[in-house]
Design a binder for this molecule. Structure first.
Ligand code: FE2
Length: 363
């Protein structure tokens, strides 16, 4: 792999003054940076210099790249019907290739629907704007894009056995099934794409479910269990699950029923049973890296409108992007989360130690 001059300087600059060394991945995995720190703060062992590579856009804190690097973004939309995105969204999309990720994941709410009065033309215009601002630049950068449908993309809410937002679901499906919008994933099962599907990238198995509402119906739950029980899922080095709503609430104003999964514990048990490493969600518009039982929980913050405060916290709401560096050997993940207004790294120790039954990831 070829790195540009700046990346080389980060690497060599970070190692000047110490015996040339690299860091065992285990040590790196424990490293949670403050924005002012650099990689010289942790050193050990002798390994070839090219095994430690810190990569980030110019001027930003550069985390050490894992075996696999994922960038997680979420909740991109602005107000209902909007065909524009806030500056942090465009800034994030323009910077993403410079982190050199292997995959971009989105926790949903890519457009601003869930309103009955929106016409077909308005909804199509929103998806066109999404394509211009987000999907097309990522396709052009040849970055695979995994995503889950949010309540504003194509809500699965039902009344009398029918979808309340059938047209929005139809148009979301039409957008994503258009060959021109191919997200570049290695699909395993796309029979119900874009609502629920599986794919595999670099030995990691990804299961996406439709958590655009708080209920996953029995048919889909059976599909989830069969998918996680498949040989492909079991043989993968790591399993990740993605859905819009979190299992449990983490944000102010999102702790009422309907804003998190109705059967969080049952779903947690299901994911644990099949050794899923992390469940990644959106909707709460507040970054919180957590864990409960055997399951890690990455609550992604919003990039678009309406960032929220965490429960148990006085921190101001922040728009965030998270770089996830994964060590396949040790099964550890390191999050580097940037406030996309200041471009500073969020110090995990400023976040609450727990929210309900969720414990902060580093504790
Ligand atoms: Fe949402």
């Amino acid at each position: 792999m070829v790195y540009n001059r700046r990346q080389f300087l980060i690497l060599t600059g970070g190692l000047v003054g110490i015996s040339i060394a690299t860091v065992s991945h285990k040590i790196l995995s424990k490293f949670q940076p403050n924005s002012s720190q650099n990689i010289t703060t942790e050193t050990a062992k002798t390994l070839p210099i090219n095994q430690v590579v810190a990569i980030a856009p110019d001027g930003l804190y550069a985390p050490i790249k894992g075996d696999v690097r994922i960038i997680v973004i979420s909740d991109l939309n602005s107000q209902y019907g909007s065909t524009d995105y806030e500056p942090e969204v465009d800034k994030a999309i323009s910077l993403i290739p410079q982190w050199k990720p292997d995959l971009v994941l989105c926790g949903g709410d890519m457009v601003a629907g869930q309103k009955q009065s929106l016409t077909k033309e308005q909804i199509e215009a929103m998806w066109s704007a999404f394509d211009v601002h987000i999907a097309r630049p990522l396709r052009q950068a040849k970055l695979p894009f995994g995503f889950t449908i949010g309540n504003h993309d194509g809500s699965g809410s039902m009344s009398g056995g029918k979808y309340n937002f059938q047209q929005e679901r139809n148009l979301a499906s039409a957008y994503w099934n258009n060959p021109n919008h191919n997200p570049g994933l290695n699909f395993i099962d796309k029979a119900n794409f874009p609502f629920y599907y599986t794919f595999q990238q670099q030995d990691i198995y990804y299961l996406v479910w439709d958590a655009s509402t708080h209920i996953i119906d029995p048919k889909q739950l059976t599909w989830v269990e069969n998918s996680l029980n498949s040989s492909q899922a079991k043989q993968a080095k790591l399993r990740l699950a993605i859905g819009h709503l979190p299992l449990y609430p983490v944000a102010v104003g999102r702790d009422s029923g309907g804003n998190y999964m109705a059967e969080g514990e049952k779903l947690q048990n299901l994911l644990e049973k099949y050794n899923v490493h992390t469940y990644i969600s959106g909707h709460h518009h507040a970054y919180y890296p957590g864990k409960t039982g055997q399951l890690e929980l990455l609550h992604s913050g919003a990039l678009g409108g309406g960032p929220r405060k965490l429960l148990n916290s006085n921190l101001s709401p922040q728009k965030t992007l998270t770089v996830v560096d994964i060590s396949l050997g040790s099964q550890e993940t390191v999050y580097t989360t940037y406030d996309m207004k200041s471009l500073q790294v969020i110090d995990i120790q400023t976040l609450p130690e727990s929210i309900g039954k969720i414990i902060r990831k580093d504790l």
